[in-house]
Design a protein around this ligand. Sequence first.
Ligand code: 3EB
Length: 350
Amino acid sequence: MSSGQFLRLEYVTPSKSQLDGRQGVLGAAAFAGGAPVRGGDEAGFPLARVHTPVLGAASEMLEVWRAGERAQPGAHGRVRYARGGDLLFGSLAVQEARLTSPSGSGPHAPLEIATDLAYRDMYAALAAVGNPQLVRVWNYIPDINLDTHGLERYRQFNTARHEASLSSGRAVTGRVPAASALGAASGSPLTIYFLASRRAPAFIENPRQVSAYRYPSQYGPRSPAFSRATVLGEGSEATLFISGTASIVGHRTLHAGDPAAQTRETLVNIEALLEEAARRSAIEALRLETLAFKVYVRDPKDLPVIRAELESAVGRGAALLYLKADICRRDLAVEIEAVGGGGWRHNGSG
Ligand code: 3EB
């Protein structure tokens, strides 16, 4: 991104974002529990409405992505998107209740059908507009830990993501985007938003962990197709996207039942990714306290211990957004994603 283009992330309350205007907004995600979030269609940019409660003072928070260039909105299939320079932000939602199972081969469970439709639409949109490189995907899956049709819904999602990616000519190992996959309120739509680029990112794995796309089949019939992190751009302009990261070493969950220890192990994993990203891509070594973090907490009663561990490790510079969400393994109490580098400027310098 030598064109002077930038990408910036901020976590703001809806009122704060109105004050700041819509200048350069590429897209946003609104996080709120309970009733559906108001507005959005009039926003003039793609807005993902994610049905996860905010843990903290505000009942609703926005994750806002801005680009240094005027964003051009568009739509393709179910996808609403905006493009700015090399970058694209897109969002889509699929309501499972409206879907009927087709007969014959292909996906059967409603979530598999929804995931198949969503991923095919996403890839078709990227191909149509010429920003084909998927860099970062956020997936919010209602009732993620529920068993239906003989399989946990997160595993259904993985199966359909894998199959839709293959049939769209996309990788399912190696050159796969950074991602998060979390629960959302029962009955809410499958909600996905993503960042893509004309340029390929660097794909980063964590030396402490088995690549998710190589997980053994005990975690489901199809492995999750995501990289541990991606890096877009170079040097001080580069952005690091750290996938949802948990207390997993090798492929096993550690510290089940101990949310404080899970938080510490997760931070060790994130620090390993910071090192590995600096070693394997054109990004400088980043410090934990310069990142922006989104923290998913399964049980709000664990928030005080998780927050204490995190805030003692990351200091005052970091941005932190806490959400209540189920995590894709039942023995995980916490999962943390992060953004660093040019995409997130701490201490108000962005
Ligand atoms: C893990 O490390 C935790 O399925 O897209 C983290 C990030 C996790 C992304 C995904 C799942 C996903 O396996 C779960």
